[in-house]
Structure formats: C-alpha cells, structure tokens
Design a protein around this ligand. Structure first.
Ligand code: PMP
Length: 396
C-alpha cells in the first residue's frame, strides 16, 4: 500500500519545483497537524482562505445542517434555495447601498471572468484595463489580465483588447477612455507582494472611470472578508466599485466566489439570447451555508476591530537587519528580504520549526504572512519567535 505522499507524487499533477510535501491529517484554528501529531502554525491560511481559522465550529455546524437537507439542486435554473438567497442578502448588508445583486460562482478566477463579461455586456465596449503585476486568476480570460509577462508568455494569443497600466501611477489614468469597458484592480495587490495604492490614487481612478463611463471592478478575492481590517478593503479608500469580485476567505474553507454589482448592471445578463453567464456549481448550498456562517463570525466575534492591533504586533516583532521592508494593510502582510535565496532558506527553516509561511507569485523576495484573523496575541508571539529564530539561523 503506497503512502499518501507516494500517491501524491505519482498521480497528482506536480505544479511546482518546490513541493512542500507537508502532510496534514487535521487542521483546527491556526494550527495544522501531521500524522505524528507534529504541529504547524499556519501563517498563510490556505492563501487567504481560512480567515476565521480552520474548521471554525460555527462553519462546521452550518455545513452539517445543510448536509441534512440537500447538496446540489441548481441555482441558475430558478430553484429558490435558502443558503444563496440569505447569503446574497447578508453580503448586500456589508456593502454600500445599491451594490446588492450577487452572482455566485465557484472560484476567484470565475468571479473575474463573470465580472469582465458583465462589464462588456453592460457597456457594449471591449477594452479591459488591468495593472502591472496584477493577479486575477488562472483561466484564459483572467490570465490575460495578469500583469506578469512570464505567466502569460506560453499561452498567447490570449484575450484581445487588454491593456496594462502602471499601478498607483496617476498619469497612466489618461489611458482609460470611452472605449474602455472596465478597469480591474485588486484594491490591495496581493501576488505582487502586498502593494497598497494611495487613497488619492484610488479616488482619481474612480473619478476617471465615472467620467469615461468605464466600470470599475475591484477584485477583493484576496483582500475581502475582513483580511485588511474592514470587511472590504475599499472601505478604507473612500471609493465604491461598480462590480466587486470575491472568493477565497468568503467560504470559510469551502469553494465559492461571487461578482456583485448594482441591479441595473447585473440586469444586462438577463434575458440574453447568448446566455450571460452560466455555472453548474456556482452558489452551491453547502458553500453558501459555510459562507454565511463565516460572514456572521467575522461580524459577531469582533474580528475586524482586532486586525490593526494584531498587524501592529507582527510589524513590531518582525524587525531584523535582514528584513528590508514590512508592507501591509491589516493582516495582509509582506516581509521583504534581499533575495529569493534568503527568503527560501528562511521559509524552509521556519517550517522545520513549526510555522508555515510562503512567498508571492510575482514577488519572490517577500514572505507572505496572512494568518487567520482569529490568531491570538499569544499565537502571534509564538509565530514571530519561530520566524525570527529561522532568520537568525539562516542570515549571518
Ligand atoms: N484574484 C486575486 C486577487 C487572487 O489573489 C486570486 C487567487 N490568488 C484570484 C483572483 C484567483 O482566484 P482562484 O485561485 O480562486 O481562481
């Protein structure tokens, strides 16, 4: 009988030169446990997913209750189901008035696909503008929007009429014109290594979009659901998107995504002979039940109010001559080293000491730190002790 590790290597597609090969049997709260009860403190939350921690009891309970009712029916075939209906309502309550129409999908990439299709359909325009170093997903449409050439090169030709402009660089906003269907921006760039735009820049971008009749799509797949200390990161910049995408932390560990817009914009997908957007599993009732519980946990446990203090403690503790920069918005954090080689040795050493960190797709000298928002101050001390011990060991 082959072990899970052997089966993994033999039969699962290998997508990285550096597989972690960390075997996990159970995860709870901020910890993951191996087959021999080894314990790892999870500082990446499944890439910004486990915002309320692994297996939060209320998420598990919501899933179990839904399991007793039904699994899959069909959402976009007009069957009314309580979990997506209630989740859509709850999401609308977190958003500015009017941003209250939700289209559920199954992943972040699919949310981006849907958002861009919606913008094209509503405006009747074709051009999409995205940003250098942006990450919006892995399907061919969302890949076209990514701002890293090395990720796209092998797959050309991709989506036509996509243009990239510089992030946080006001003069480039002139390139947004009445030809532009939508501008898509991560409110905080994630895979670029946590890049926070200025408030003034985001407001200028909003204004330019409004002037040209261009829809502003904010991608909060990584920054949403409390990660930055407000439910949505855009709340901190005084702007309101026309379309919002979310996924990842939304499901509390279950796969789900959504694009959200105003009713009159979403309406352009309706009664469309070419079918606006179609999905089989989008709005899966089990995922929606888990998501509704997640949203309630974030609000009821007062997690948002704790984010700033927790992030400040990480920033205070993670000082060392080897650390070049600490970038963050709330608990979406990046710790920059001088090179990938240094970072990799620190990540490997930290893992041996029992703490899981990572790098970013488009920023390989910076350590990704995005713990569950539920992490306690004591767990933050433990995490920082271990990361600092790894740095002391690896950097001379
Ligand atoms: N947008 C952003 C900002 C993301 O961070 C990601 C995932 N890293 C995606 C889109 C794509 O999401 P998914 O992997 O669920 O398709």
């Amino acid at each position: 009988m082959l072990s899970p590790r052997q089966l993994f290597l033999q039969h699962q597609a290998q997508t990285t030169d550096f597989p972690l090969l960390l075997e996990v049997e159970k995860a709870e709260g901020v910890y993951m446990y191996g087959p021999n009860r080894e314990r790892y403190l999870d500082l990446i939350s499944g890439i910004g997913v486990s915002n309320v921690g692994h297996r939060h009891p209320k998420v598990i309970q919501a899933i179990q209750q839904q399991l007793d009712k039904y699994l899959h029916l069909m959402v976009y075939g007009e069957i009314v189901q309580a979990p997506p209906a209630q989740l859509a309502h709850a999401l609308a309550q977190t958003l500015p008035a009017g941003l209250d129409n939700v289209y559920f999908v199954s992943s972040g990439s699919e949310a981006v696909e849907g958002a861009c299709k919606l913008a094209k359909r509503f405006t009747g325009r074709t051009e999409l503008i995205a940003f250098e170093n942006a990450y919006h997903g892995s399907t061919q449409g969302s890949l076209s929007l990514n701002g890293s050439e090395s990720f796209k090169r092998a797959f050309r030709p991709l989506l036509p009429d996509v243009r990239h402009i510089r992030h946080n660089h006001a003069p480039d906003l002139e390139l947004i014109t009445t030809r532009t269907a939508a501008v898509i921006l991560e409110t905080v760039q994630g895979e670029a290594g946590v890049r926070v735009p200025s408030r003034a820049y985001l407001q200028n971008l909003r204004q330019r979009c409004s002037e040209t009749g261009t829809l502003l799509i904010l991608d909060e797949i990584q920054s949403g659901f409390g990660r930055t200390g407000t439910f949505w990161a855009f709340e901190q910049f005084g702007v309101i998107p026309d379309i919002l995408t979310c996924a990842k932390g939304m499901g509390g560990g279950m796969p789900i995504g959504a694009f959200i817009s105003r009713r009159e914009i979403m309406h352009s997908l309706k009664n469309d002979p070419m079918l606006g957007h179609i999905t089989t599993f989008g709005g899966h009732p089990v995922s929606c039940a888990a998501s509704l519980a997640t949203l309630q946990i974030i609000q009821e446990e007062g997690l948002l109010a704790q984010v700033a203090e927790k992030a400040a403690r990480f920033q205070q503790r993670l000082t060392h001559p080897a650390i070049k920069e600490f970038r963050h918005l709330g608990l979406m954090m990046a710790v920059e080293f001088d090179s990938f080689a240094t970072l990799k040795s620190v990540i490997d050493s930290a893992l041996l000491k029992g703490v899981l960190t990572d790098w970013f797709l488009f920023c390989d000298n910076s350590m990704r730190i995005a713990p569950p928002l539920t992490i306690t101050m004591a767990e933050i001390e433990e995490a920082c002790d271990l990361v600092l011990a790894a740095i002391h060991e690896q950097v001379h």
